[in-house]
Write a protein that binds this ligand. Sequence first.
Ligand SMILES: [Zn+2]
Length: 390
Amino acid sequence: MTFEPNSTDAARLLRHFEARRDDILSLARALCEIESPSGDGEGSAAAVKLLFDTANLIEGASAERVSAPDGYGEHFILRAFDNPSAGARPLLLLGHTDTVHPRGTLAARPWRETEGRIYAPGVYDMKAACAAALEALRACVELGLKPRRPVVLLLTCDEESGSFSGRELVEREARRAEYVLVLEPPASGGRAKTARKGTGLFTLEVEGRAAHAGLEPEKGVNAVLEIARQIERASALAKPEVGTTINVGTVSGGTHANVVPAAARAEVDVRFSTSAEARRIEEAIKGLKTFDERARLRVSGGINRPPMERTDAGAALYEKARRVAASLGMELGEASVGGASDGNFAAACGAAVLDGLGVDGDGAHAAHEHIHSDAVARRGALLAALVASL
Ligand SMILES: [Zn+2]
């Protein structure tokens, strides 16, 4: 039996998730209490082991742990509802187990529930969503709901640091998938995300020549002045009216006020809504020329995540999800945001992607990171209904 929107299954799913709410939260808590900042191999392995053990209790599911290079951590892949004879392309649930919070954050800000909010490092981005996703698969088995497609749950361990090894897995699974649902935090009001900007990071380094600022300044080549001019030029590439923004976030250079500085550097964060803008910015920044021809300019870095543009396929997937949510009595809004996620890589593979399907809350990456305690059951039921019906 597949889940049909507007059927009595909606009520069954909601009841199931209300009854399982405390179990989902205790898994989310256990995950948060294993600190797993990106690159912490031990923390990552412990978090993934917990997911692996929990997943193996789901009938018919098979879990796999994939090591990232250099002890960086472990990726987690779970396959369920595989029915090769049906020939349907899979549904991919995509998320990550790493957080931005360094070890020790938990001691300073332990799991705490107050006034309908649950605070913990990584709870909103996105350990509560990892727990809810596992329960969504378990719920389908327990309630006898038969998803139309095989389901793959992929949780990477390096999303917060740019997905240097997770990207390959994300792209491999996204290419095979019909639909990709991303477990990142929703926008305010629980809205799903149908578009995300792409990101790039460039480093500008200027080599000048040191000289005494009083005795023979003419022999110097001022690297700080040169970088200042380059910053102006790079910043002028912004076109906020089409979504392209530029932020020179760090700048350094020079040694003493009385020395003509020989070196300076700046880091430039760029965000864009279209691939055309990404190309324009990359060409312009890589083509920057020095003002003072005696100085040398080196540009490194580049585009990291391509933009996730609002495609027809993505919009159609959102429309389906909105109807499924409505059958559960929920209004699923839509948002377009500036931050990037692994959903960007999945979308660049041509998959239909809907992002922001995690648990409502606020304060991702911040000290006040929290989820709304009444959202856990609701969002879990939504995930299960999507898995069962798409
Ligand atoms: Zn995230």
